[in-house]
Design a protein around this ligand. Structure first.
Ligand code: TXA
Ligand code: MG
Length: 328
């Protein structure tokens, strides 16, 4: 990345344009957070409802008070411990923060990303950059510049190519406005890691999964667009054997070294059994499988442990909680 491209990005942001910026989590679709018309362009490009607020990205902790107020010592502790990094803090907003950024709420989400290109752009820009993930609403977040191109194409003025995102899943979102910190979206910074820094328990406010059991494979307009089904490791072989011929060819994402009925009509993608590596590869894998004509994407369920929680959350969403469960 040249200084020229960074300067170009900053000029576009100042002029109210949109720049796709690599972060360590996923690529963001950035606009000047203080420019209402520019922020509105984000929603149009993503086809995202205005009710979903945006995260404001800043370059350094000294800028936090420009956007947020009533920042508790605990919030500062977390900022020091995890920034720059994949943690978004929800705090009371400063009065000037635009309703279009906060969804009309009295709070704002703020994050300092770690990617050197994001850092360079934010530092040179000097203000806050509102940036959701750089994908169409409900699609899989992009973790490469090519994926941004595929999602937003001519809707973005510049795409900065920062290579693969190292984390690969969106940031942990933590509400710091109440007495107890509450995780609103799990990420690779876990509740345990946060609670270790604060020395107090952290609550969670998202549903892990429901018990919806839908073995059928309906096409739904969600990402990936190929029907995606989660199957427990112990049931995977039986599940695959139980499918009718019309269910093939299909793609199978695994992480354990299990054997499965090998067949030309099952395209197996083996991901890491380490959570951080798996997270790094997941969105890219789903996106590339979605390009092929698989009848479905069958995903081996991941461990029920803390370090896999964010991955479980995204897999539940990608599969819309469809679980290939044979019997109760
Ligand atoms: O890793 C990330 O967080 C990436 C990169 C680009 O930073 N961004 C991202 O943005 O995932 P987005 O817009 O796709 O997801 C942001 C989430 C939304 O679900 C939104 O509802 C929530 O953050 N959010 C933003 N501001 C909020 C607020 N004031 N209160 C509660 N939730 C908020
Ligand atoms: Mg998103």
């Amino acid at each position: 990345m040249t200084q020229k491209e960074i300067n170009q990005a900053v000029a576009i942001l100042r002029a109210g344009g949109l720049v796709a910026i690599p972060t360590e989590t996923v690529y963001g679709l950035g606009a000047d957070a203080s420019n209402e018309a520019a922020v509105k362009r984000i929603f149009q490009a993503k086809e995202r409802p205005y009710s979903h607020p945006l995260i404001v990205h800043i370059a350094n902790p000294a800028q936090l008070t420009d956007w947020a107020r009533e920042i508790s010592p605990s919030a500062w502790k977390l900022a020091n411990a995890f920034w720059p990094g994949p943690l978004t803090l929800i705090l009371k907003k400063q009065p000037h923060v635009l309703d279009v950024v906060t969804g009309g709420q009295d709070t704002v989400g703020v994050r300092i990303p770690a990617h050197p290109i994001a850092q360079a752009v934010l530092t040179a820009f000097g203000g806050g950059v509102a940036a959701p993930s750089a994908n169409k609403f409900t699609h899989v977040s992009p973790t490469t510049a090519a994926a941004v191109q595929e999602e937003l194409n001519d809707k973005v003025d510049l795409i900065l190519d920062g290579g693969d995102c190292t984390v690969g899943l969106e940031s942990t979102i933590l509400d710091m406005t109440g007495a107890t910190p509450v995780i609103l979206r799990p990420g690779m910074i876990t509740a345990q890691a946060i609670s270790d820094v604060l020395g107090m328990p952290v609550a969670e406010s998202f549903t892990e999964s429901n018990n919806l059991r839908v073995p059928g494979m309906h096409h739904v307009h969600y990402a990936p667009s190929t029907p995606t089904v989660l199957v427990d490791t112990s049931q995977l072989s039986t599940y695959l054997q139980s499918l009718p011929p019309t269910a093939f060819p299909l793609a199978l994402i695994t992480h354990s070294q299990m054997e499965h009925p090998s067949s030309q009509s099952i395209h197996r993608v083996q991901l890491s059994n380490q959570a951080s590596r798996y997270a790094h590869d997941l969105y890219h894998t789903l996106r590339s499988l979605d390009h092929a004509e698989w009848k479905s994407i069958v995903v081996e369920s991941v461990p029920e442990t803390e370090e896999w929680k964010a991955i479980r959350d995204r897999l539940n969403k990608a599969s819309q909680n469809r679980r290939g469960i044979l019997k109760d």
